[in-house]
Design a protein around this ligand. Structure first.
Ligand SMILES: [Zn+2]
Length: 78
């Protein structure tokens, strides 16, 4: 996992590749700069192994990390 994701107020999320015989972990980043966070918008991933693009609903992500200030604000309860 890159160690610079939290320096730009980005949210990081991960999901596994849906392709058979792959299942590689893909990580995506989403900036929080000046945008309302839309929980209904699926995350877009690009598999680092086979290169396909796929989307995953937020509630089906393997993990999601947010900057500490989001945690302090109680936005992310998990
Ligand atoms: Zn893949």
């Amino acid at each position: 996992m890159p160690d610079d994701w939290d320096e730009h107020d980005d949210i990081a999320a991960g999901s596994s590749c849906p392709m058979p015989n792959c299942g590689e972990l893909a990580v995506a980043y989403r900036s929080t700069d000046g945008v309302e966070r839309d929980h209904s918008e699926p995350w877009e991933f690009t598999c680092p192994r086979c290169g396909i693009d796929f989307t995953v609903p937020e509630d089906e992500l393997i993990f999601q990390s947010v900057p500490s200030k989001w945690l302090l604000a109680g936005v992310q309860a998990a």
